[in-house]
Write a protein that binds this ligand. Sequence first.
Ligand code: ATP
Ligand code: MG
Length: 722
Amino acid sequence: MTSLLDGLNPEQLAAVTLPGQSALILAGAGSGKTRVLTTRIAWLIQTGQVSPLGILAVTFTNKAAKEMLTRLTGMLPINTRGMWVGTFHGLSNRLLRTHHREAGLPQLFQILDSADQLSAVKRLLKALNVDTEKFEPKKVQYFISGNKEAGLRPQQVEVFDPYTRRLVEFYAAYDEQCNREGVADFPELLLRSYELLARNDALRAHYQERFRHILVDEFQDTNRLQYRWLKQFAGAQSVLMAVGDDDQSIYAFRGAHTGNMNEFQRDYAGDNVIKLEQNYRSHGNILDAANALITQNQSRLGKNLWTAEGKGEPIRVYEAYNDQEEAGFIVEEVKALQREGTALMDMALLYRSNAQSRVLEHALFSAGVAYRVYGGLRFFERQEIKHALAYLRLLANPDDDGAFSRVVNFPTRGIGARTLEQLADAAQAGGTSLWQAARAKAPASKDSAKGLPGFVALMQAMQDATQGLPLPEAIEHVLHMSGLAAHYQAEKEGADRLENLNELINAATVFANDPEAMAELDEAGGPLASFLAHAALEAGDHQAGAGSDALQLMTVHAAKGLEFHAVFLGGLEEGLFPHEQSMNEQDGIEEERRLMYVAITRARRRLYLSHAQSRMLHGQVRYGIPSRFLDELPSALLKLVNARRMATASSAYHGDAAPASATRQRNTSPWRIGMNVRHAKFGVGVVVSVEGQGDDTRVQINFGGANGMKWLALEYARLEPA
Ligand code: ATP
Ligand code: MG
């Protein structure tokens, strides 16, 4: 029998077998952090140091958690049922279901995803008669979630102006609304489970006693609340291991706090900081490019990676005329790689923004290449699926006003806006849910299938019909009884939607047969509730026709932790990557650079980088110059696979293909992209693009605020460095 520990290098071995002490593993991409974490869990169990139930392991995505469980069962003959391996949200959900009473929630509480949350905010603002020009629902939502993620309840938020005071009032009213309806949004899951443990000594003691080993992957992306959450589980005897890479911290914009790494060291790890420096993933050229790029960041803990592999192929750079040509190039290369024997699923197309996938999808579709998009419009976010889920949510919890509002008149059953307003008033006056108000106002009558009485009768009939049925059959009943199936059947463009509804039944079948998923049933309060929780928490990796070979499309954010034989990274243009919103701050550019580092380090053997001179985005044609990140890669590592003279500045990565005099033209202008400049009239701004040469040079500057973006001719503009 081969040992679990075979093939680990000395540092990895030390980390895996570290006896009874907490440690921080700080290491670059592809150095085996995730492998160490998984192997350590297996080793701890195999050597009898802990039972599977004594492990708490937190990963970043459901996909990663699943993968960890699969790898564990591959290494050990254990039953992973009941093991606490999951995401922060998934594990919080589990905790809250188990202790729903102590947490002040109904056992069948529903989870609001961020679209549901926005509808709930809109409903609230409407009920409060708030001017939504002044208080945009999205901003209110952002305020609420941001505070929850910082661990603050309304009474704890610091108020320094009347505007904030109003926002805090909305936050408080929103919380009340959620409690009344028995629903919880994503940040609520975390905050509430944190509070539950922080306030309940007995419960906290119980979990601290249980979890002897706590392990966290991708620790660099945890936020403050998540760290506080973790600390609740850590007792005097718990051993913690956090693994992370500060260079891959890409969620600062959502509150991730790299300072957690220092705190972790202070709180737990002490001198036990293990560095891993050998990269097992990528060939030399790819790794060298990643290293060269990331050294340009100022704020780093600093570490380098090496590989025992050869240099491999150069990184291929492609300059396209426009986004369609870029997509065409990518499709041809994908097909060529496929002919050479690379499976589609071992290739990935990465992009900075979801909006970029449309053109790529179109080209792939036309060329008949199978592909799968991760994290676009998620399956469970599609309109028809949301409608179906709303019926299911109402069955699980009739007081869920969000679900009620969504389907009370969908498909239409002649319930007018006025009736609904009266209903809302009645509910508010009586302090009841919409469902209760509806039932009081319109007792179900057998004669009318229409109007409110029809809806009340329908829900009651549905309740009876689905009682005790297996989940997939229950869903099938709901689709038919509700009229959703018939509605989409009759709709001209409804075929896709019908197919998705059928896919929902398939998803429920898969779910009902998944031992891992079912293991959580007892805690989640039955198949329907746990399926609904799954639908809300699932990270968008639902796969229609799973198992088939397909090219992987996703944003760079979503690619974290993954690896592929070949990676295509498109859209390397200023404004797109780095994203224009990041350009005004040093931290913003550094975060984009880390994101670029993540993208490059996903590739094992082959990496393509491409950019286009023009591209359609959000209905507008944009002209972009090549991303500064291309300039930051050593030209010796790059190979230009087509030489197209750019209309704007050319750059170093032209390598051999461009004459030396042409390569650094951009330097003849003293103004480089990203520089801060001062203009006598417009004030301080940031250069976002440079065009032309010598006296003809024009620069585009973002002055922010009212002045916004301006093109200025250098000859006249009299810019000064700021
Ligand atoms: P990331 O920072 O991208 O999450 P990581 O540090 O978690 O990367 P892993 O995904 O664990 O790295 O490992 C990268 C690849 O290297 C995997 O394919 C893994 O199986 C392989 N690997 C790790 N350690 C070894 C080893 N000692 N021998 C052979 N292959 C290894
Ligand atoms: Mg990893």
